[in-house]
Design a protein around this ligand. Structure first.
Ligand SMILES: [Zn+2]
Length: 218
């Protein structure tokens, strides 16, 4: 059964809300909570009590020793790199969604700001940094245009994520300028909007971001 939730999008100029709410097919919070009820800890990792509870979609609590753990939402990024009317996609080389299209980006690491995380992922995944004058703020190089909730399943753990999507124009960028990360990516594709098969995009939030970007710019 398709589930819908409310998300907000932001325009590309001043990052104010432009639509409130937008409907997309990401999971609603209640469904995310249900997914998160999957047993991640069945024993308290401190005292091994079986009385450990999980609530609010994020909090583990052990009544026997007082252990508390917040399984918080993880920050993640995605980036539309548009070069001469084509959008850069990666073909995923790993599960989840192996073989499907994805945008460059990924989880933000501890100690990183969201744009620092994005820049690191761009280097790791495609060996690319945006050509920009030294010292130019990252906030002037990348433009935030959408943010959605998502659920990222990995090895029997479901991670609730907050995906933030940015875009950048890179005229002249070609596939031969890039170095795909061998372990993660099997190919790089520059696709014209009319050639994008949305059913082959890996995640709902990524699909929605590409649709929003095209609606905003075409
Ligand atoms: Zn305990």
């Amino acid at each position: 059964m398709p589930l819908k939730t409310k998300i907000n999008t932001y325009n590309n100029i001043n990052q104010q809300k432009i639509q409130d709410p937008v409907i997309c097919n990401d999971l609603p919070n209640s469904a995310v909570y249900a997914i998160m009820e999957l047993p991640m800890f069945t024993f308290c990792p401190i005292c091994a009590s079986k009385k450990i509870t999980f609530s609010e979609g994020k909090v583990f609590h052990c009544p026997d020793c007082g252990f508390v753990y917040y399984h918080n939402t993880a920050a993640a990024t995605g980036c539309i790199i548009e070069a001469d009317g084509r959008i850069l996609f990666l073909v995923r080389g790993k599960e989840p969604a192996k073989g499907k299209l994805d945008l460059p980006g990924g989880f933000v690491d501890p100690g990183e700001g969201i744009l620092e995380g994005l820049c690191r992922e761009l280097q790791e995944e495609i060996g690319w940094s945006p050509p920009a004058p030294p010292g130019k703020p990252l906030t002037e190089i990348f433009t935030l245009f959408a943010s959605f909730s998502n659920v990222y399943p990995y090895k029997n753990i479901n991670y609730n994520t907050c995906d933030s999507y940015f875009y950048i124009h890179a005229p002249g960028l070609r596939e031969q300028d890039l170095v795909p990360e061998q372990a993660e990516i099997t190919a790089i594709r520059f696709l014209k909007p009319e050639d994008i098969d949305f059913d082959t995009i890996a995640f709902d939030s990524t699909r929605r971001a590409v649709q929003e970007y095209l609606a905003m710019t075409r």
